[in-house]
Ligand binder design. Structure first.
Ligand SMILES: CC(C)(COP(=O)(O)OP(=O)(O)OC[C@H]1O[C@@H](n2cnc3c(N)ncnc32)[C@H](O)[C@@H]1OP(=O)(O)O)[C@@H](O)C(=O)NCCC(=O)NCCS
Length: 376
């Protein structure tokens, strides 16, 4: 019997038109368009349309998409009631997994696998999750909920509902770029989870709920929190170089560096670095950027020759902190954006579905006698 590589490394398990990754050359494209061009010139709404349809929209299609998305920002009284019942001490990713699942309860036809209907449900989930995350954070801080504003972009509306004031143009741009950069990344663990669930012809709520659970793991969505913890450990810029040297000497990992796929500069980090610097300067967090930059300089000198460069998490941490997000909201931010990719893959899976059902190699004994419990 042939056994696949542990962790399915190198195995091709699906076809997609959504994202292309070339780790050696540092390329990431969504539907053939370079990630940097999208991060600079597009917006998260357009990228979400791209994920759900495999291509960019024309103007009338985009206007209709915006109307659907913004029209679904509001959450029902039932959902607000559930949100209020969640303990303030709950971890946001556990809250999010529960609340995405609960959205199915008020859908009169949650199990539909009709592709246009699933796409419409995905738009509604994408629209409501920011309202849920911002609402949870305000409730746990003892603050009133802020109703979404349909005149605002996805990025601006989320920050408005969270902070109670409209973000600056730089904050909105930086947050929007983070959303674009995290929307899809091939057959990563949470996306694979969403496709496996969809392949059983289960519903889109189950697929996204399962994906949120997979994303929560520290080997997947949790690394940006690790970067922030590290930046907090370094008291000032002058200590950054020594901090890195000590870690490397102890064979410890520097969070936010290295990637299983990218062996050159992570293409998602390039533009984010510029935004992180601008935002940090604007928000009085210049020291945070300076520490990040000093870490990168030392890493570049010491380990770039091994193909270790900053990954997307490294400058996301400075960006999210400068926007005013609490540490435990960093991974939910990843989810806010990746819902577009998960749903896009679920739609691809439904189109020409085949149940994903690999085999396990049995490595236990055979022909053992059954021994009664009293004799064991
Ligand atoms: C992401 C990661 C797991 C990929 O690891 P990988 O492809 O399995 O690479 P390996 O573990 O085989 O590492 C190869 C070499 O680079 C070194 N290395 C890899 N990442 C490193 C890091 N972040 N800091 C310091 N050294 C690192 C390893 O120590 C190893 O060195 P050696 O050959 O001298 O033993 C790894 O780079 C890592 O742990 N990074 C930090 C966590 C992180 O930022 N994760 C988010 C990814 S988006």
């Amino acid at each position: 019997m042939s056994t696949a590589a542990k962790g399915l490394e190198g195995i091709v398990a699906a076809e997609t038109v959504l994202s292309f990754i070339d780790g050696e050359r540092g390329i990431l494209e969504y539907a053939g368009i370079a990630i940097n061009d999208l991060a600079k010139d597009s917006n998260f709404e357009e990228v979400s349309f791209l994920m759900l349809n495999g291509r960019l929209p024309n103007k009338p299609e985009f206007d209709a998409f915006l109307a659907d998305l913004r029209g679904a920002y509001t959450i029902s009284d039932h959902t607000i009631g559930l949100l209020r019942s969640i303990p303030a001490t709950a971890q946001p990713m556990h809250m999010l997994r529960t609340m995405v699942s609960a959205l199915a309860l008020e859908d009169p036809n949650p199990n539909s696998i009709d592709i246009p209907e699933v796409r419409a449900k995905a738009i509604r989930i994408l629209a409501k999750v920011p309202t849920i995350v911002a609402g949870f954070d305000r409730l746990r801080r003892g603050l009133d909920l802020i109703a979404p504003d349909q005149n605002l972009t996805f990025a601006a509306n989320f920050l408005y509902m969270l902070n109670g004031e409209k973000p600056t143009a730089t904050m909105e741009r930086a947050f929007d770029a983070c959303m674009i950069l995290h929307a899809d990344h091939g057959l990563n663990a949470s996306t694979f989870t969403a496709r496996v669930i969809t392949s059983t012809l289960s519903d889109i709520y189950s697929a996204i709920t399962g994906a949120v659970g997979a994303l929560r793991g520290p080997l997947h969505g949790g690394a940006n929190e690790g970067v922030m913890v590290m930046l907090n450990e370094i008291e000032n810029v002058s200590e950054a170089e020594q901090f890195v040297m000590n870690k490397l000497a102890a064979k410890d990992r520097i969070m936010g560096f290295g990637h299983r796929v990218y062996k050159s500069y992570d293409p998602r980090a390039t533009y984010l670095k510029t935004l992180a610097e601008q935002l940090a300067n604007d928000t009085g967090n210049a020291d945070l950027y300076a520490k990040s930059h000093a870490i990168e300089k030392t890493m570049d000198r010491e380990v770039a020759s091994k193909g270790i460069y900053p990954n997307v998490d490294f400058y996301s941490a400075t960006t999210y902190h400068s926007i005013g997000l609490k540490l435990d909201l960093f991974t939910p931010m990843f989810a806010l954006s990746r819902i577009a990719g998960w749903a896009g893959h679920a739609l691809e899976q439904l189109d020409g579905n085949r149940l994903i059902r690999p085999k396990a190699d049995y490595v236990g004994p055979h022909e053992k006698p059954y021994v009664a419990i009293e004799q064991r």
